[in-house]
Design a protein around this ligand. Structure first.
Ligand SMILES: NC(=O)C1=CN([C@@H]2O[C@H](COP(=O)(O)OP(=O)(O)OC[C@H]3O[C@@H](n4cnc5c(N)ncnc54)[C@H](O)[C@@H]3O)[C@@H](O)[C@H]2O)C=CC1
Ligand SMILES: O=C(O)C(=O)COP(=O)(O)O
Length: 317
C-alpha cells in the first residue's frame, strides 16, 4: 500500500479520494526535526508552506517517490535536487489564484477605509471616544476610479486585475517581459456575459509613479521593492504583499510609513515566518494577516482534489 504523509494537512475531500483509491493518508503532523527519521516510512509527502523538504531530508528518505506542494510556491522544497534523484514534484498552480486575489481586494478596501485600524480601536471605545474615532476615520478613499498597480502579471495578478476592473479600478500591470493579456470581467449577476479588456504591461517605473495601490505577485526574490522604489511611488500610496517575505524590504517599508511617503501596507507574508518582527506586526499602518492567501474552503478543496488526481495518475489506483 502507498503511504502518504500529509504533513500540513489536506482537505477531507482530497483525503477521501485517496483513501477510496486505497492509499494510506496520515495527517498527523510530524515536527520538522523528526521528519528525517519518520518520513523514511512513507512513499510520498504532501506539504503546504510550513514543512521544508530540503536536500538532507530527501537523502534520508530513499523510499520517497513523490513530493506534492498543496499550493503554489515551491520555495520550501529543493525541487531540482529531488527531480535529479527521480522524485516526482508537483504543485497546484491555479487552484488558489482567486483566493489570493480576493484577499488583496479585501485589503484594498481595508486600507482605503481604515477597517483594520477601526477594528483595533472599537472594542475599547466608550461613548465619548466614538465621535473622535468617527472623525479619525472619516477620510476614506473611494476605491472605484483609483489606480491599482500589479507587479507580476501571472495567474494571481490577472485574477486580481479582473476583480479590480469589476469594481471600477483602473489597472496597470508590469512583468519581467512585455505582455498583452485579455482579461475577462464577468459581472456575477449577468449570466454568460463577459467583457474582454486587453491589458498591456507597462514599465515598472510608470506603475510605481502612477498607482494608488500596488500589489505584488512575483514568485520570490530579495528586495524587489526597497526605499528606491518606495521613493518613486506616489506620496500616500499603499502597498500590498501576498507573494513572499523578502520581496519588500521590511526595514525600508517601516521608514516609508513613518515618514508619510506611504499611507499604509497590507502584508500576508513576512521575513522570518512564522515569527515576523514585532515592529511590523504592531505598526499602526500595517494590516497584517498570517499567510492566509490560499486559505479559503474552496481553494483548499480544489487543491486537495487536484493533488489526489495527481497521485492517482502517478501511482495508479
Ligand atoms: N499568500 C499566499 O497564501 C499565496 C502566495 N502565493 C505566492 O504568489 C506567487 C505568484 O503566484 P502566481 O501568480 O500563481 O505565479 P505565476 O508564475 O503565475 O506569476 C508570477 C509572475 O511574476 C512574474 N515575475 C517574476 N519575477 C518578476 C519581477 N522581478 N518583476 C515583475 N514580474 C516578475 C513572472 O514572469 C510571472 O508572470 C507564488 O509564487 C507564491 O509565492 C501563491 C499562492 C498563495
Ligand atoms: O501556495 C502558496 O504559494 C502559498 O503561499 C500558500 O501557502 P500555504 O499553503 O497556505 O501555507
Amino acid at each position: 500500500m502507498i503511504r502518504i504523509l500529509a504533513n500540513d494537512g489536506i482537505h477531507p475531500d482530497g483525503q477521501l479520494l485517496l483513501e477510496e483509491a486505497n492509499y494510506e493518508v496520515d495527517t498527523n503532523k510530524i515536527p520538522q526535526e523528526d521528519l528525517m527519521e519518520k518520513l523514511q516510512d512513507y512513499d510520498a509527502i504532501i506539504v503546504r508552506s510550513a514543512t521544508k523538504v530540503r536536500k538532507e531530508l530527501i537523502d534520508a528518505c530513499p523510499r520517497l517517490k513523490m513530493i506534492a506542494r498543496a499550493g503554489v510556491g515551491l520555495d520550501n522544497i529543493d525541487v531540482d535536487y529531488a527531480r535529479e534523484k527521480g522524485i516526482k514534484v508537483i504543485n497546484t498552480p491555479k487552484a488558489s489564484s482567486l483566493a489570493v486575489a480576493e484577499l488583496v481586494l479585501g485589503q484594498i478596501f481595508s486600507l482605503s477605509r481604515y477597517l483594520y485600524q477601526a477594528n483595533r480601536s472599537m472594542p475599547e471605545t466608550g461613548n465619548s471616544e466614538f465621535k473622535q474615532l468617527k472623525k479619525r476615520y472619516a477620510k476614506g478613499l473611494q476605491v472605484s476610479g483609483r489606480k491599482l498597480g500589479i507587479i507580476g502579471f501571472g495567474r494571481i495578478g490577472q485574477e486580481l486585475a479582473r476583480l479590480a476592473m469589476g469594481i471600477g479600478m483602473e489597472v496597470l500591470a508590469t512583468d519581467l517581459e512585455e505582455r498583452k493579456v485579455k482579461v475577462y470581467i464577468q459581472p456575477p449577476a449577468v449570466e454568460n456575459a463577459s467583457l474582454a479588456v486587453e491589458l498591456q504591461t507597462v514599465p515598472m517605473e510608470r506603475l510605481l509613479e502612477e498607482s494608488d495601490f500596488i500589489s505584488i505577485h512575483v514568485p520570490s526574490g530579495k528586495d524587489l521593492i526597497t526605499a528606491k522604489e518606495m521613493g518613486r511611488m506616489k506620496k500616500g500610496a499603499c502597498i500590498i504583499n501576498t507573494s513572499r517575505g523578502g520581496v519588500i524590504s521590511e526595514k525600508d517599508l517601516l521608514e516609508a510609513l513613518d515618514s508619510g511617503q506611504l499611507a499604509g501596507a497590507a502584508l500576508d507574508v513576512f521575513d522570518n515566518e512564522p515569527t515576523p518582527s514585532a515592529a511590523i506586526l504592531q505598526h499602526p499602518l500595517i494590516s497584517a494577516t498570517p499567510h492566509i492567501g490560499a486559505s479559503t474552503l474552496e481553494a483548499q478543496r480544489y487543491i486537495g482534489l487536484e493533488i489526489a488526481d495527481a497521485f492517482i495518475d502517478f501511482f495508479g489506483e
